[in-house]
Design a protein around this ligand. Sequence first.
Ligand SMILES: Nc1ncnc2c1ncn2[C@@H]1O[C@H](COP(=O)(O)OP(=O)(O)O)[C@@H](O)[C@H]1O
Ligand SMILES: [Mg+2]
Length: 165
Amino acid sequence: MSSTTVIVMGVSGSGKTTLAQGLAESKGWTFAEGDEFHSEANVAKMASGHPLTDEDRWPWLQSIADWIGEREAAGESVVVTCSALKRVYRDLLAKDNPSVVFCELQVPAEVLEQRMAERKNHYMPASLLRSQLDTLEDLHPDERGFRVRVQGGPDHVLNEVLRHL
Ligand SMILES: Nc1ncnc2c1ncn2[C@@H]1O[C@H](COP(=O)(O)OP(=O)(O)O)[C@@H](O)[C@H]1O
Ligand SMILES: [Mg+2]
């Protein structure tokens, strides 16, 4: 297989965008923000403080999976952020895309709360953090990928991930 797709997953504020941008830059790979595949209706719903239902999520996840499939067919390696909190979401993303490897960022809840409080102008209110943590199904050993316990800063996390790849 000629390409790699790293899906950086975890709850909001876990550092997906930060890590994915650093990884893409370090490897010279294409970067995509999973949030940008959301419909306007989904963005508006989240902005009003309502969690998305799975029905809202399937077309979003499918569009990410389709995009990954296109990049894979072109032999391109990519890094994509996607919360991918549930196993069924990840199964959809990985099903037809053999290049997919998940990277789960695990951050203690109190650190996440602190980060959310400092982050204004983001469409995910801190009040949704609890529901995200309740929903999260950690990456299972039979899934392709690895987990990183986030302790140090962005450079430390990037080095950990590069070591795994
Ligand atoms: N390893 C890290 N250590 C400390 N702060 C971090 C780290 N990674 C990201 N951050 C900060 O945490 C916040 C959330 O990071 P971000 O990458 O936007 O997370 P996500 O994309 O998962 O929501 C940002 O303010 C970011 O600068
Ligand atoms: Mg992000």
